[in-house]
Ligand binder design. Sequence first.
Ligand code: 6PG
Length: 476
Amino acid sequence: MTTPPRTLEPASNFGVIGLAVMGQNLVLNLSDHGFRVAVFNRTAARTDAFAAQHADRSITGFRDLDLFVAAIEQPRRILLMIKAGQPVDDQITDLLPHLAPGDVVIDGGNSLFTDTARRTVELADAGVLFVGAGISGGEEGARYGPSIMPGGDVGAWPIVEDALTAIAATVDGEPCCGWIGPGGSGHYVKMIHNGIEYGDMQIIAEAYDIMGRGLSMSAPEMQPWFERWNDGRLDSYLIEITADILGHTEDDGTPTVDVIVDATGQKGTGKWTVAASMNQSTPVSLIAESVYARIVSALLDERQEAASALGDDIEPLTDSVDQVMADLHDALYAAKIVSYAQGFMLLRSASEEYGWDLDLSMIAGLWRAGCIIRSRFLTEITAAYRKNPSLTNLLLDDYFTHQITQAMPGLRRTVARAARAGIPVPAYSAALSFFDAFRSRRLPANLTQAQRDYFGAHTYERTDAPRGEWFHTNWI
Ligand code: 6PG
C-alpha cells in the first residue's frame, strides 16, 4: 500500500469508501473500466489486504481519510458502500471537512429514500452534491455490471455519468443506468425494485410449495420445470437461480434446499415499500403479502405449536400433474403481471406526489439487465411505457391486457386448488383479489360508507348526485 504525500498531484479519479464484498467488486469494476480508484475502509487491515491483493491495478489504499480525499481529483467522486442508516450520516460527517465545493458524494447502499432526500439538502448547504444511487445485482452484478438508479442533486450527474454508466450492465448497447430524478428518487426506485423482488421470490416460493406439498415432487424433480419455464415467458434471473438451487445437493445427496430452515430474513426494503404504498394510498397488495409471508415464516416456534394443535395435513391434489403445472405456470405469470402493475402504480403515484417526473419506460429499461429482477418480461414493460409514456396502468396496455386475460384462468384454478388443499398462496390470492377488485365496476364500498355514516356521521356521496356532494342520513 502506498500513501502519497499531499504535495503530489492526485493519483486517483474516483474514491470508494467501504470494502465489503459489494464495495470491493465495484472498485474492481471501476478499475476494469480504466478508473484510478482510491479506497478507504473503516477497518484499515481490510484496505491493506485489498490494495495488496490488487497491487497490479490503479487501486490505492488509504488508512487516513484526509489522505484518501486528497488523492482524488476535483471535483471528487466518492462512492459510499457502507451499511444504510446512521453509518452513512456518520461517514458524511467525517468526510465533509475534507471536501471542496462541487465534490460529489454517492451513497450506493439501500438507504431509506427520505434519508437520501434529507442528505441531498444538507450536503447542498455545504456546497457538496449528493447522489443516492440504488445499485442492484448482488456480488456478481457489482463486479461485472449492475443496474444503477442514481438520483439526488442533478448537478452531480454530468460529473458521475461516465463512471456509473461505464460500470453498469448493458442491453443492446444501452447502459442499465440513467438519471432518475431529484431528492430521494433514486433510492425510492431501488426500494420499489426490492419490493418487486420480494413479490417475485414469493410467487416462486408458492409454486415450489404446490409442487412439493401438493404434488409430492422432490427438489430435483422440480428443477426441469423451472428450467423449462426459464425458456419461455417467465425467463428471468430468479427463475434461473431457482432451478440451480433445486438441483444442488449435499455430499450425501440430500437437496441442499431441504436442509435450510424455513424462516426468511429481511433487511427492510420490502417493509418500506409497503409503508410507502400505505402513505401514498396505492395498493401493492402482492408485495405486502410477500412481506407478511416472510414475517409468518419467521414465527417458527409458534408455527410448530399451531401445526400440532391445528394439524398440518393437506388434501391431496386430484388433478393431473400436467394440468396443475400448466395452471401453475399461468398463475406465476398472471401474478407477476399484477405485481409489476402494482409496483408501477406506486412509482407513478410517487412521481406525482413528490414531483419527480419519473420516466417509467427508462426505469423498466434499466431493470432489464444487471439487477435481481432482470427478465424478458421487463423488455415488454419497457415497450409498453415507450409506446405510451402516460399509460395509467400496465393492465390496460393492449399486450398485457391480452396476456393477463389468457393467464387468469390458470391463476384462478391454482388459487382454488391451493385453498381446497390447504396450501397457503398469499401472493397468488392477492393478485387474484386485486385483479377482480380492479375490474369491478361496483365494489361493496357503498355499504362501508353507509356504516361509517351510521356510526360516525362521516357522510357519503350518492350515485344520483355529482361527486364531491356529501350526504348524511339519520339512520335510526
Ligand atoms: C439487489 C438486492 C440487494 C439485497 C436485498 C436483500 O438489488 O441487489 O435487492 O439489495 O440482496 O436488499 O434484501 P432482503 O435481505 O431484505 O431480502
